[in-house]
Design a protein around this ligand. Structure first.
Ligand code: ADE
Length: 247
């Protein structure tokens, strides 16, 4: 039998070398007229910890920094008439042209975009660089959408006063898929939408509270029975609240 042979062929050395380089954290640039709306959101909770740990980097930019007139004008009246104001192309073009990198995904948050889903959030979490543009007023000049935007995303069939909260929702949804952000990877596996079923009910101590006791099976220690009970609750809730997920 041959003794221990150090692996020194070049393919092995290259693999070890690339393995030892930490993956670049996802970088997100947010362009908004209301940057302060994101202050608390980015500093708090799981997302704040993920940013602090360097698992993702989020830079929020005030679009008005790219205006050139003394009033810092970011909007104007629509050609052809109509109510409301439209975001001007010049500051948005200047901002995105400065921030974009080769291969980055430039996203516009808008109620007429593709709906955000768990699948899309996962796909976004695997990118290297996102530029999120949040709109305001009656919309943005179509030339921005035609030439600068790779994807338009909606967070639901309702209209917000601006897209900044929508950008926050996208960041929150994708951050949960970045390894290490949730801490306990397991918590992603059971939850709603990763399995197309809604979540099962959760309980914690005390087992009895104001006359309400928790389901007996959860105290049984019988893991197979607990799994069965949880799955039945998931099916029952999905049938009642989101039957479309079962078709
Ligand atoms: N901006 C305003 N409403 C929005 C929505 N529902 N989704 C994404 N961006 C928006």
């Amino acid at each position: 039998m041959r003794g221990f042979q150090p692996r020194c062929d070049w393919r092995f050395i290259l693999l070890r070398f690339f393995d030892s380089i930490p993956a670049m954290p996802l970088k997100i640039d947010v362009l908004t007229l209301f940057p302060r709306m994101l202050d608390g959101f980015l500093a708090e909770s799981i997302l704040g910890k993920g940013i602090e740990a360097g698992l993702l980097a989020v830079n929020v930019h005030d679009l008005r920094a790219w205006t050139t007139d003394k009033h810092r004008t970011a909007d104007d009246r629509p050609f052809g008439g109509g109510a409301g104001m439209v975001m001007k192309p010049e500051p948005v073009f200047a901002a995105i042209e400065q921030l974009q990198t080769p291969g980055c995904r430039r996203i516009y948050l808008t109620p007429d975009g593709v709906p955000l889903s768990s699948k899309l959030a996962l796909e976004l979490s695997e990118q290297q660089h996102l530029v999120l543009l949040s709109g305001h007023y009656e919309g943005i000049d179509q030339r921005i959408r035609d030439t600068l935007i790779d994807q338009e995303i909606s967070i639901g069939d309702y209209v917000l006063t601006n897209g900044t909260l929508a950008a926050a929702v996208v960041i929150d949804a994708l951050a949960r898929f970045i390894p290490g952000v949730l801490g306990e990877e397991k918590s992603l596996t059971h939850e709603s939408f990763s399995s197309k079923l809604l979540d099962f009910p959760q309980y914690t101590r005390p087992a009895e509270f104001r006359g309400m006791s928790i389901p007996e099976v959860l105290l049984s220690g019988n893991h197979a029975e607990i799994e069965k009970w949880r799955h039945a609750r998931q099916l029952e809730k999905t049938r009642r609240v989101r039957p479309d997920l079962l078709t």
